[in-house]
Design a protein around this ligand. Structure first.
Ligand SMILES: C[S@@+](CC[C@H](N)C(=O)[O-])C[C@H]1O[C@@H](n2cnc3c(N)ncnc32)[C@H](O)[C@@H]1O
Length: 353
């Protein structure tokens, strides 16, 4: 395929993203990415932007395929591209040759280019099933009300987790009447039984989203054929709008240093949590977050305990690990291996080294 070096890099990013989408269960986005990787692009403003992309277009950097996929999904959701919409659910996925002409037409839509301006923004509430299991593990060790702090919280939807209902293997927890019922595929023993009281919740993001104002943007970045994730997100947005939690705009480390420097309340646990966020922090921010937690941990007592709950990738693989460290003591546990969106959870609860 001819084209500039930049175009070749963007095409390779689409091909790589197609593989990820196939692995993570979005045949529609995978096909869209394949088409963008393989077919000659039309002469549109969007295609010109792609041809001239100066940064790193891959998922690990500028995530250009996800920006474009989000923009196309947004156009579909607001009925701006009916022919492309006919290739999206609830309609069956057409053959690539049938999808390409409507995709070419959509690439010429005047509102699409703006989606290339910024990174994709997501808030995956499926991850809350792992996070709440981690909180149960913490609360079973320290049965106190919890002050919950989330780093890289996006719209703060996972800070609402005690307002959701979870079916975690044999363990059913949360609000049975909740609009949002989450049932991940659960493997292994159930998480520990414990009662959970979230006494306070706070979050930070360098670019926070507002569940009342940014719901269209958040929904657009969920892959269009993952209808259960979309339904879960819609339910979580409704709950968050009813129980607003302001997410502070700041760097995670600066914010956490301030939070943890405040005198802890006796009889309340503090838990710092993050999901698929740490990898996006600079190395300096990561080191400062760790140092702030270690320092606060060194001062923690049985009546002012501290937890560090992390749902993050260990390396380039697909799997994500749920880890918990607790103070006093600093003990670490590898709680679970998880699907990146929380769709399946293998409970391990093993010592971590
Ligand atoms: C992939 S999203 C995950 C959001 C949410 N934790 C979830 O699981 O759905 C990563 C989030 O981290 C935020 N982020 C990245 N670097 C940050 C930093 N240095 N300080 C604060 N937030 C940051 C991004 O703005 C983004 O909202």
């Amino acid at each position: 395929m001819p084209g500039s070096a930049a175009e070749q890099r963007v095409r390779a990013a689409f091909a790589e993203q197609a593989g990820w989408c196939r692995t993570l269960g979005s045949p529609l986005t995978a096909q869209l990415c394949d088409l963008m990787a393989e077919r000659p692009w039309p002469d549109t403003a969007v295609a010109d932007r792609l041809r001239a992309w100066s940064g790193d277009p891959r998922a690990s950097a500028d995530a250009v395929p996800l920006r474009l996929g989000g923009g196309l999904h947004a156009l579909v959701r607001r009925h701006a591209v009916p022919e492309l919409a006919a290739c999206y659910p609830p309609h069956p996925l057409p053959a690539p040759d049938s999808m390409w002409p409507p995709l070419v037409e959509a690439l010429g839509h005047a509102d699409l280019a703006q989606w290339l301006d910024g990174p994709p923004q997501t808030n995956e509430v499926g991850r809350s099933s792992a996070l709440i299991a981690g909180l149960l593990a913490f609360a079973s060790r320290f049965p106190l009300p919890i002050s919950l702090m989330e780093l890289g919280a996006s719209a703060g939807l996972n800070l609402q987790l005690d307002r959701f209902r979870f079916n975690l293997g044999e363990r059913h927890i949360g609000d049975a009447s909740s609009l949002l019922q989450i049932t991940p595929e659960w493997h292994g023993a159930p998480p520990p039984a414990a009662s959970l009281e979230i006494a306070a919740r706070a979050g930070v993001d360098q670019d926070p989203l507002d569940p009342a104002l940014d719901s269209d943007r958040l929904l657009a970045f969920v892959w269009a054929d993952q209808v259960q994730r979309i339904a879960q997100l819609e339910a979580a947005l409704t709950i968050a709008r009813a129980h607003p939690v302001a997410i502070d705009r700041d760097n995670a480390a600066s914010w956490l240093e301030t939070q943890l420097s405040a005198e802890p309340t006796t009889g309340v646990s503090r838990v710092v949590m993050h999901s698929i966020a740490f990898q996006y922090f600079s190395l300096e921010t990561q080191a400062r977050v760790e140092a702030a937690i270690e320092q606060a941990g060194a001062e923690a007592t049985e009546r002012t305990p501290l937890g560090w709950l992390s749902f993050e990738r260990d390396g380039p693989g697909r799997d994500v690990y749920l880890r918990l460290r607790t103070w006093p003591g600093g003990e670490g546990r590898l709680l679970a291996r998880c699907h990146p969106h929380g769709a399946s959870i293998s409970w391990l609860d093993a010592p971590a080294h």
